[in-house]
Design a protein around this ligand. Structure first.
Ligand SMILES: Cc1cc2nc3c(=O)[nH]c(=O)nc-3n(C[C@H](O)[C@H](O)[C@H](O)COP(=O)(O)O)c2cc1C
Length: 331
């Protein structure tokens, strides 16, 4: 059945697009812990997709069936490439396309892309319409911020709502603030009010600083958003979307290291020979924390040079643990 933002439960959850994080392996890992209602890809350059260096970006669009519904996020500044990219993404079988109008990274903004579009609505409209044309039947949403240098919430949201996107994802900060200030949920609430006043049927997704399902429920009740997107909260708790699981920090060392083992295996099975092993290392601190000896283990893990070496290290730690627990019960 075709994906439709409107038919999601209320409130629904979304795992945020995060570059170098939310690739197919990470999404599969999170699906195994407890899935959100919607997954996003990392942002993918429309220039990159149609350049000789295509292979350097196209890995961002790899996926497996278990990651659905899955939205591919794109960025760039050329409407013609948006049209071609949207066509290609639709042909690849994605459930939707999202346009990044929020990334604040200076080398990207300097080229008029992403959050720079907040100050260039003419190009924002052209890009959106080109993507809609290329996308055919699949929905095209927009992820953006409350302003570029300062709050511009209502005029910007009014402009975007007039484009009639099926979903608008509002990250509750202006671009200049990067992720430093707390997210401003009052402003996100104003976008919901505007949507309601206009009788628009655009689904509003709020984003910023949410770290639990209870907070998702709270944001829905308090600010009226239909859904909530969660980014960095997943690093504290990979089981965040699982109502029945305890918080990751309360899990045993074995449970944490078993999940790391699984992550390493997924990485090796999928990316071996395609992505360097070192990109996996930034994830180690998720798992090796909140237990005795965690920082020593983390240091040892960081020194490993291959997935098999890391798994052998984990095997030896887990073996010691099971020997200890066997002797503790007198086996
Ligand atoms: C490592 C990292 C990479 C990110 N990459 C993207 C991206 O590719 N596309 C995007 O729209 N936002 C990206 N973001 C922003 C997040 O999607 C999200 O809007 C932001 O982290 C705020 O949500 P949070 O407070 O729940 O983390 C990234 C954030 C982080 C931390």
């Amino acid at each position: 059945m075709a994906f439709d933002w409107k038919s999601l439960p209320r409130p629904f959850s979304v795992l945020a697009p995060m570059e170098d994080v939310t690739d197919t392996v990470f999404r599969r890992l999170i699906a195994s812990c407890g899935r959100p209602d919607v997954f996003f890809s990392e942002f993918t350059s429309t220039d990159g997709m149609f350049s000789p260096g295509e292979t350097r970006v196209i890995h961002r669009l790899e996926y497996t069936e278990g990651e659905r519904p899955l939205i591919a996020q794109i960025w760039g500044n050329d409407p013609e490439k948006y049209l071609r990219a949207a066509k290609k993404i639709a042909d690849m079988g994605f459930d939707g396309i999202d346009i990044n109008m929020g990334c604040p990274v200076s080398k990207i903004v300097t080229n008029g892309c992403c959050s720079a579009l907040i100050d260039n609505p003419t190009l924002a409209r052209e890009l959106y319409l080109a993507a809609v044309e290329g996308a055919g039947q699949i929905p095209v949403s927009i992820k953006t911020r409350l302003g570029f240098k300062k709050l511009h919430t209502e005029p910007w949201a009014e402009f975007l709502l007039a484009l009639k996107p099926p979903a608008l994802i509002m990250h509750g900060r202006v671009a200049k603030d990067l992720s430093k200030k707390p997210a401003n949920w009052e402003e996100i609430g104003k976008v919901v009010e505007l949507r309601n006043q206009e009788g628009s049927d655009t689904v509003i997704v709020g984003n910023g600083d949410v770290k639990s399902l209870a907070q998702i429920d709270h944001c829905h009740e308090m600010y009226g958003v239909d859904g909530v997107m969660v980014g960095r909260g997943i690093f504290d708790n990979p089981y965040l979307f699982n109502r029945d699981a305890p918080h990751f920090s309360e899990m045993t060392r074995k449970q944490k290291l078993d999940l790391l083992w699984h992550h390493i295996s997924l990485f090796e099975d999928h990316w071996s020979g395609k992505k360097p092993y070192r990109v996996l290392k930034k994830f180690f601190k998720i798992y090796a924390s909140h237990f005795a000896g965690a920082s020593e283990l983390r240091m040892k893990l960081v020194e490993t040079e291959s997935a098999s070496e890391a798994r052998a290290l984990l095997d030896s730690v887990l073996e010691t643990e099971s020997t200890e627990s066997r002797s503790a019960v007198g086996c």
